[in-house]
Design a protein around this ligand. Structure first.
Ligand code: HEC
Ligand code: HEC
Ligand code: HEC
Ligand code: HEC
Ligand code: HEC
Ligand code: HEC
Length: 226
């Protein structure tokens, strides 16, 4: 009699061990299946502008197979497309990269709905060259004044914080001639660039105040940058 108990007990023990190890295996691995849907975290590029791509939306929601993009349209590795030096809206308009589908036919065209792929920057853009400091708020211009992204990008400004200040003509003279902010701040579309100086110029004091609040102050080397 005792002999029959042992195998049962072993079986129960083995069974519960299997159950336990099975349970811990599923909770230790992700509920999200990367083989089926691609990487869970969105792919984010900083070059040449800021943009993002979500695998799950394309695979799980819209039912695309991996090979509809890999390897013909994109390498299965992040950061390869920017290395081509040709990861641009112009290339997409010609059917490359996202434009292989985002052509207004298979999916919405890449020259529309900029916000879907490029988020509106939340933080103010602050320039410190040639003078400290001038501030620009996306939110005011897009939400409050209803401007489209392409009213500034790419003609008046590159989609890259800090790009304009590397140009030698990022000056009041250029603004007065209708470049940069002066494309609108001409006294007609928006208040003229030779008025209300302090609306754009927050000065050193305003800059210090802003950087006290902002986490990513661009101090050289020291304790600004986490
Ligand atoms: C379907 C997604 C998508 C849409 C829609 C889209 N973009 Fe892009 N854009 C990208 C990707 C991807 C890149 C390249 C990666 C990067 O620069 O971060 C890029 C790059 C850019 C660049 C830098 C390279 C270049 O071409 O000069 C600019 C500027 C830009 N986009 C502006 C726009 C504007 C303006 C719109 C709306 C009219 C827009 N984009 C709509 C995905 C998109
Ligand atoms: C609609 C297009 C598209 C589809 C469909 C797609 N991917 Fe991707 N995948 C991308 C893009 C874009 C990148 C980034 C390429 C780059 O930066 O050059 C990428 C990158 C990757 C990477 C590298 C990520 C990293 O962090 O290095 C993996 C892994 C990947 N994909 C797996 C998959 C799998 C698995 C599937 C199918 C389940 C899939 N992809 C379907 C567009 C796609
Ligand atoms: C193989 C085809 C294909 C490629 C390549 C592709 N997409 Fe898409 N994408 C689609 C389809 C299909 C949809 C859904 C239909 C639509 O929204 O027009 C979509 C929808 C989207 C959406 C809307 C998501 C939502 O919330 O509904 C975004 C954003 C997007 N794609 C970004 C990108 C970016 C960025 C790239 C390039 C890195 C890219 N796509 C490349 C096919 C593609
Ligand atoms: C009134 C002009 C204007 C409009 C409208 C505008 N932007 Fe910008 N944007 C700028 C300026 C100025 C910069 C900084 C360029 C520089 O420093 O050279 C910038 C930079 C950016 C950057 C780069 C941010 C970074 O951290 O590098 C992104 C992304 C961007 N814009 C997206 C958008 C999107 C999306 C829209 C539409 C919802 C939009 N912008 C509308 C003026 C504008
Ligand atoms: C595409 C047109 C356009 C461009 C380019 C543009 N602005 Fe504006 N801006 C407007 C409009 C429209 C208003 C609202 C009307 C007004 O105040 O006269 C405005 C208002 C403002 C305001 C007042 C915001 C507030 O707090 O109410 C500031 C500050 C400003 N812009 C700064 C800038 C700076 C700095 C630049 C260049 C980096 C710039 N703008 C480029 C159209 C533009
Ligand atoms: C619509 C926004 C705006 C207004 C209004 C504005 N500026 Fe500027 N200013 C800028 C930008 C943008 C720069 C270049 C970025 C920087 O120097 O940080 C600049 C740069 C400057 C510079 C350094 C470059 C140069 O031209 O010598 C001076 C000085 C200056 N502004 C003075 C003024 C004065 C004085 C006023 C008022 C009469 C004024 N600004 C009004 C946006 C503005």
């Amino acid at each position: 009699m005792k002999k029959e108990f042992l195998p049962v007990a072993v079986a129960i023990l083995a069974g519960s061990f299997l159950l336990v190890s099975h349970a811990s295996a599923t909770s230790a691995t992700e509920e999200y299946d990367e083989d089926a849907f691609g990487p869970q975290d969105p792919i984010i590029w900083d070059e040449p502008a800021k943009a993002s791509f979500d695998h799950k939306i394309h695979t799980d929601d819209y039912g695309l197979e991996c090979d509809s993009c890999h390897e013909d349209v994109f390498a299965m590795e992040q950061g390869i497309a920017p290395e081509s030096g040709n990861f641009t809206m112009a290339a997409m308009a010609e059917g490359q990269f996202c434009g292989a589908c985002h052509d207004g036919d298979t999916a919405f065209a890449s020259n529309t709905n900029c916000i879907a792929c490029h988020a509106v920057p939340e933080d103010p853009i602050v320039w410190t060259k040639p003078v400290k400091a001038v501030v620009f708020y996306h939110k005011a211009h897009t939400e409050d004044y209803g401007l489209d992204c392409d009213s500034c990008h790419d003609e008046a400004f590159a989609m890259k914080a800090g790009a304009a200040e590397n140009a030698p003509d990022f000056t009041m003279k250029a603004l007065y001639k209708g470049k940069y902010c002066g494309a609108c701040h001409d006294g007609e579309t928006a208040f003229a660039s030779n008025t209300l100086c302090n609306t754009c110029h927050i000065g050193k004091k305003g800059y210090d105040r802003m950087m006290g609040v902002e986490p990513h102050a661009e101090k050289k080397g020291t304790h600004g940058g986490h």
